[in-house]
Design a protein around this ligand. Structure first.
Ligand SMILES: Cc1cc2nc3c(=O)[nH]c(=O)nc-3n(C[C@H](O)[C@H](O)[C@H](O)COP(=O)(O)OP(=O)(O)OC[C@H]3O[C@@H](n4cnc5c(N)ncnc54)[C@H](O)[C@@H]3O)c2cc1C
Length: 330
């Protein structure tokens, strides 16, 4: 049972960098009632479990959690209400969402809605890898949450699928968990990270990189016992491991956009937006990873600020930004 709908000015779905940056900029002048929802128990989006560096700037490098804390602080200080453990389930009208949180179902209506739902790595099932369904199969995000947020044991011998930046972040997490990295496996002929990072991993950590190689099958019942890989020349070999991490290959978290019947961009399958990040539905905007799966957090933060300007212009007319803008991390 839901009670009567509750009204806010701006409803933001997703408390990652894009949603928090948008909230900080929208609530800053103290005009709009801005509410941010996140289904996780903690705000911050993906960075909250990226304990490696790689956030912030060259002059002010940050870990993911530190970056998330800065953005959350800016949004809350600006006056935005950030509610965690609340999932936006579906649309209850053109600018209204049904939500489920600790106090049950609620319908929230807004003058503008921002979808900042981010992106996720394609899991094993979507990659059409054959074999059994054993334990010990992760994406990088799941691995980082298991190790850094929930302090779970992940196994002892790990194969990482992929060789891009996020794959090297997964390798760092494997080491942080005290497990052995058996190999990184990529279908491509070289890694997709910087030469410096690839060489550091190879020389310092002796990371074995198998190029031109595809993981074709997962083996083992109960717990993973190995993966079968095939080289481009047709040779196959079995790698003994109890954990495999599928990295990268990002797809937008576009469920709400899809359920709302918003137009989707043919290339990314995220919501289609115009130059002001307005979707095909008047009053509904989108920003961040849901538009650019796999981009860096700074891009999402920048876009969160940008969408705030567009939302404010919709609500108050052009040139409405008079207040002091809060400083946000890059
Ligand atoms: C493993 C990994 C490592 C990374 N490492 C780096 C790095 O080192 N440096 C860097 O710059 N970038 C890195 N990135 C990329 C960076 O994390 C993203 O660019 C950034 O998080 C995108 O921000 P966002 O706000 O768009 O989405 P997200 O951070 O994904 O946040 C979206 C939020 O929306 C919430 N949400 C989704 N749907 C709903 C719903 N229906 N109801 C309620 N809440 C919902 C989710 O719970 C999530 O918290 C990494 C990404 C990954 C996956």
């Amino acid at each position: 049972m839901t009670g009567p709908p509750r009204d806010v000015d701006v409803l933001i779905v997703g408390a990652g960098p894009a949603g928090l940056a948008a909230a900080a900029r929208l609530a800053a002048p103290g005009v709009a009632r801005v509410e941010v929802l996140d289904r996780e128990q903690q705000a911050g989006g993906v960075p909250r479990h990226c304990h490696h560096g790689g956030f912030g700037t060259w002059t002010h490098p940050l870990t993911g959690p530190a970056y998330a804390r800065l953005l959350l602080g800016a949004a809350v200080r600006a006056g935005a209400v950030v509610r965690t453990g609340v999932t936006a389930l579906d649309w209850a009208g053109p600018l209204a969402l049904n939500t489920l949180g600790p106090h049950g179902l609620e319908t929230i209506r807004a003058a503008a809605v921002v979808l900042a739902t981010g992106a996720r790595e394609r899991p094993r099932a979507a990659r059409l890898v054959s074999g059994t369904r054993p334990d010990g199969v992760y994406t990088t995000g799941e691995l980082q949450q298991a190790v850094h947020l929930y302090r779970q044991r992940i196994g002892t011998r790990v194969v990482v699928v992929g060789a891009e930046d996020v794959s090297y972040a997964a390798a760092d997490t494997v080491r942080a968990a005290g497990a052995e990295l058996v190999a990184m496996v990529t279908e491509l002929d070289r890694s997709q990270t910087t030469t410096a990072r690839a060489q550091y991993a190879r020389l310092r950590h002796r990371v074995p990189l198998l190029t031109d190689t595809t993981v074709t099958e997962l083996l083992g019942h109960g717990r993973l016992s190995g993966v079968r890989v095939r080289h481009r020349d047709g040779r196959t070999v079995q790698l003994a491991c109890d954990t495999v991490v599928f990295t990268g290959d990002f797809v937008p978290d576009h469920e709400l956009a899809r359920r709302g019947g918003l137009d989707l961009a043919p290339d990314t399958r995220g919501p289609a937006v115009d130059g002001t990040l307005h979707t095909s539905r008047p009053g509904v905007f989108a920003a961040g990873g849901v538009l650019h799966p796999g981009e860096r957090a700074a891009t999402a933060t920048r876009e969160g600020s940008q969408v705030a300007t567009a939302v404010r212009e919709l609500l108050e007319g052009p040139r409405s930004f008079h207040g002091k803008r809060p400083d946000l991390p890059q």
